[in-house]
Design a protein around this ligand. Structure first.
Ligand code: GLN
Length: 183
């Protein structure tokens, strides 16, 4: 609907996946996985609601559609959101609480090397842009943390990241997501 989808398309196609932009509920048919990109979570939620995509998307993810959510996408998926817009209610499927723009003004955007659980080799370049701060986690697996806060979590077939792998030039997380979607 909005945000950094073009960069995800590029990254996914570089690792051999076929992609489709999802704009209507019909576009959900037959997908192996879906990316909820970074951007502006309030706008995304509002647009999805308007075109009648929010409920069908919630059902599809709840029923096990593999999902990669980044930044605003993580906010859209989160069960609890603080500092959201009044009445901002997204998918509420992921058992975490996030604070929008929780890293504060001084450090609006930054890059940090991340140790990702199960990922061998060098650290992953975490690109954070007005990122959500994960303040509580419930029944999820924390896959990476930075500064004592989770920045990557997994819950079933959902992988949610506070950062932007599509802007990092490192394709390992997209590869992992494609593997997950094909299982
Ligand atoms: N701060 C944005 C929001 O609240 C997220 C920023 C991003 O996706 N880079 O939706």
């Amino acid at each position: 609907m909005q945000g950094a989808f073009a960069e995800h398309v590029k990254a996914l196609e570089s690792v051999g996946a076929r992609t489709r932009l999802v704009r209507t509920r019909e576009d959900l048919d037959g997908l192996d996985g879906i990316v909820l990109p970074g951007g502006e979570s309030t706008t995304m939620t509002m647009l999805m609601e308007r075109v009648g995509l929010l409920e069908p998307l919630r059902r599809a993810i709840d029923q096990g559609l593999a999902t990669l959510a980044t930044c605003a996408g993580m906010i859209v998926l989160a069960r609890d959101v603080t500092d959201g817009m009044a009445g901002q209610q997204g998918l509420a499927l992921l058992d975490i609480a996030v604070r929008r723009n929780g890293y504060g003004r001084q450090v609006d955007s930054f890059e940090a090397p991340l140790h990702i659980e199960g990922m061998d080799g060098k650290t992953f370049p975490g690109v954070f842009i007005r990122a959500p701060l994960v303040e509580r986690t419930g029944d999820v697996e924390v896959v990476a943390s930075y500064d004592d806060h989770p920045v990557a979590v997994r819950q079933g077939r959902i992988l949610a990241l506070a950062f932007h792998p599509e802007l990092s030039g490192d394709l390992r997380l997209h590869r992992e997501f494609v593997r997950m979607a094909n299982k």
